[in-house]
Write a protein that binds this ligand. Sequence first.
Ligand code: ADP
Ligand code: MG
Length: 352
Amino acid sequence: MAQVELKGVSKSFGKAEVICNVELEIEKGEFVVFVGPSGCGKSTLLRLIAGLETLTSGDITIADKKVTDLPPSKRGIAMVFQSYALYPHMTVFHNMAFSLDLQGVPKKEIKERVEAAAKILQMDNLLDRRPSALSGGQRQRVAIGRAIVRNPDVFLFDEPLSNLDAALRHDTRVEIARLHSQLGATTIYVTHDQVEAMTLADKIVVLRDGEVMQVGAPMDLFNMPANEFVAGFLGSPAMNFFAGELTSKNESAAQGKFNGSGLTTDNVRLVSASKGVGDAVKLGIRPQHLELDEKGPLHGTVSLVERLGTDTIVELLAADKMLFRFATSEACNLVIGQVANFSFDAEKVHIF
Ligand code: ADP
Ligand code: MG
């Protein structure tokens, strides 16, 4: 049985339904990321699992035990928040020991558990410090240590990196990935950042307005998005969309005409099966999947060139003034004002 199971989970605040009928299974040891734009319900869903909010309807099971009506302390979870909220007057050791002290765990065992967690986090030499004498990254590690000492069935993280600067965010992200491979603990991690989701997750849950849009392995979602929202949300720079009309379709493929950009396509995956011939559709092409090609069907006038070192991102305007992007890791001599032509592999694009 799954380690965490959500059945028909809904949550309303007053009349506003912010979580709508979520069904989800999380396996033991899995690293699951809830991702979506701000306000889509990620924190609420995590807080429902933690027991910090009560469900409007549905059920939650953790480690084969129905926890829907249990308080947070009885659910076998430990949560790490965005604001690490350490006790400023306590040392690192006592910050990490605090919850075990409250539970009445014997002093000797507390010492062992705190020291073991400190070792995992490479903080054994910081145990006597106060939080004010730590960097932001070290403070966040103490907060993670507080969760580790409790030896929970499930770790819950709510945007734990958002208060850190870019370099530290990267280091701490790597550390969380390492920690997970070391402990193998079931982890649910909330972020609005699709890069964190893509790099950390075994399984991504994309949320929009309280509804699950798609669940799957990062590259499955990237390559086979279930809808335009998921396609546009994952991947950087974002997928290009060209508006047009469906001209024919069969079971597995479709053809479309995308007038503004002068494109017609053959045998493209039709994502929205309900679309029929003559319906308005969009062609989705990732910037990385465009190839410079003198004879290519897509034309654009270069409006911006961003050289990032390894990659170059070029912004172009199509015939209908529609903006699209081209991304390449190869040398790129395009200049502003120049017209460039592109082709693409029909197998890598989608019609929504
Ligand atoms: P996210 O974490 O994805 O940014 P939240 O789960 O915090 O989103 O919020 C989802 C929606 O629920 C938002 O519209 C938010 O305003 C609303 N919400 C969250 N908590 C409460 C609350 N305690 N009372 C009323 N509305 C809330
Ligand atoms: Mg949130």
